[in-house]
Design a protein around this ligand. Structure first.
Ligand code: FAD
Length: 305
């Protein structure tokens, strides 16, 4: 499970200033984040696509508290999509909380409308959209928005988190033809009343959900860096008669990059999740929390010489 102290650090403004202010740490941040502006993200995405992989670009930001902030996030996606020229190879990932889902007075409706605008722009750019999943309190809302968006844009995908007790049932419901489901372990510290909290239990749950998705009619997007689960996904896909284009493996930018290249070289569809934007700090600290060795990288970057 993610390191709790580091997850708390994700909310610390003081730490953010220290990390952001130091040119020494910039290299470590750039390992996980594609830059702060469209051009930087598009340049990295282009390199990935030219090397035979796909991308999903995430404009970083969460916890929007005003209508203006939500509109600015929508506009950032619209401007990214209008500049992105990678037909069929790119998608964007969006967080409904960044688009105002938690705003008072019908936040859900608000987030739906703004996400709809993003979907229309994605359609014009021959790109797709996947809804990220946030903490367990947001799952019903996210799935309701997904259902509504899919009536108009049937290619919209969603992430489901294997750690949640409810997820096998959600996988069953979403395993229909044309449905795109990204299966992840889950990045949020969830209570034991709704989620598995031990690594082994989460891995077993991931396997159970994988089976449901691979046996279903939809398009599974297997988002993990865990070599055992990637092997398991490939084995289940083969056993179910799926070709290498009937599912995809997704990994985060900067994590197990050699494995991304190796899988793509073997003919598997690989999509790299590429975050960018000025609001990179919370995302960055979550990546550190998942892998304490990454902290060493950060610590070394503070050392002169
Ligand atoms: P782990 O057991 O954490 O890791 C397996 C191995 O991968 C590790 O042993 C290590 O070798 C390597 N590894 C993992 N993390 C790191 C790291 N930070 N640095 C270096 N090596 C590492 N979560 C959500 O809750 N909602 C989402 O919408 C969502 N979308 C995602 C999209 C993609 C494409 C991916 C890959 C992940 C997403 N996640 C999301 C995060 C996910 O839930 C996990 O927190 C994250 O992927 C780490 O779990 P893991 O499956 O890689 O397994």
């Amino acid at each position: 499970m993610p390191n709790k102290l580091l997850l708390m650090a994700a909310g610390s403004h003081r730490l953010r200033r220290i990390v952001a202010g130091s040119p020494l740490t910039r290299g470590v941040v750039q390992r996980f984040v594609a830059g702060e502006v469209n051009d930087e993200a598009i340049a990295v995405a282009r390199r990935i696509v030219d090397s035979g992989m796909r991308v999903t670009i995430d404009h970083l930001g969460e916890g929007t508290t005003t209508v203006e902030q939500a509109a600015a996030v929508r506009d950032a996606y619209l401007s990214l999509l209008s500049a992105m020229r990678m037909p069929g190879m790119a998608e964007v990932s969006v967080k409904l909380s960044a688009l105002g889902s938690a705003l008072p007075h019908n936040g859900r409706r608000h987030a739906y409308r703004l996400t709809r605008d993003i979907c229309a722009a994605a359609a014009a750019a021959d790109a797709t959209v996947t809804l990220d999943m946030e903490d367990h309190t947001t799952v019903d809302l996210t799935l309701a928005v997904l259902d509504e968006l899919r009536t108009e844009f049937p290619w919209v995908g969603v992430a489901l988190q294997a750690c949640l007790h409810r997820t096998p049932a959600d996988c069953q419901r979403l395993a229909y033809a044309g449905s795109r489901v990204r299966l992840v372990k889950g990045a949020y510290a969830e209570p034991a009343s709704v989620a598995f909290t031990r690594r082994r239990q989460i891995d077993e749950a991931f396997d159970r959900c994988l089976r449901i998705l691979m046996q279903g009619q939809g398009y599974p997007m297997v988002a993990t860096h865990d070599p055992r689960l990637i092997d398991s996904a490939i084995g289940l896909a083969r056993a179910g008669g799926r070709s290498t284009t009937d599912f995809e493996v997704q990994m985060l930018y900067g994590i197990r990059a050699n494995e991304q290249t190796r899988l793509a070289g073997e003919g598997y569809r690989v999509r790299v999740y590429l975050p960018y934007g000025q609001d990179w700090y919370a995302y960055f600290t979550r990546r550190l929390a998942e892998k304490p060795a990454n902290l060493l990288l950060l610590a070394r970057s503070f050392k002169p010489g």
